[in-house]
Design a protein around this ligand. Sequence first.
Ligand code: FPP
Length: 244
Amino acid sequence: MVTEEELITQLNKSCLPRHVAIIMDGNGRWALARGLERIFGHQAGMESLREVVKLCVELGIQVLTVYAFSTENWKRSRLEVDFLMGLLIKYLYQEIDELCANKVKIKILGNFEKFTTEVQAAINMAIEKSQSNNGLNFNIALNYGGRFEIVEATKVMAQKVASGRLAIEEINEVLFADHLYTAGQPDPDLLIRPAGDFRVSNFLLWQIAYTEFWFTEVKWPDFRRIHFLQALIDFQNRERRFGG
Ligand code: FPP
């Protein structure tokens, strides 16, 4: 098997994606394959997340976005939803000091008002503590849905038009993007989806117009630095034409 050192030598550090997005998939299947309950897959997936964030910091990547909880994930069992929320709280309180030491700035993509006050407190703490950091922009998509995001942006622009603060002629792609959670950030250059499925699952629908996709059979709890590096190298070997 290829080593991390070999992969690092293949990587062109001057040509990294500015924004990497990840659909952290396969936690449930990882656990079931080991005779464990699904929640243990999420727990194991935390370690993968820690590794990837650390690597993004080391490489100087500008933006990392992870899909932690979708608008559809509410359909899961109460136990699983509560467990995921507990993990999020634990992650934020445990990691915030190290994240801040590494200048990581946390942003939430999604409407988190629906979460319990305990979850909201953890999120607000992390946002506040990290707000002046100027390193990696770490977006955590929570109660996020791409269609919902687009509809919400449309509503805000429609309200501005209705109240005379915006002219219809002023609406263009740049203005639209400015009304999304990712306003001001570059679109993802690379989207990684582990666990063998080839779909987008309502993730960053507007932002991925020209994103390169990278898929692997490896399930998220087994996803390690070597997989991330492999994705970066494959990305660097692609020719991006942006429709041109
Ligand atoms: C998808 O796997 C994963 C999720 C819905 C949750 C991802 C959450 C984590 C990795 C926990 C750590 C994250 C934070 C921010 C604390 P799945 O359950 O759909 O897997 P399956 O397709 O095998 O069932």
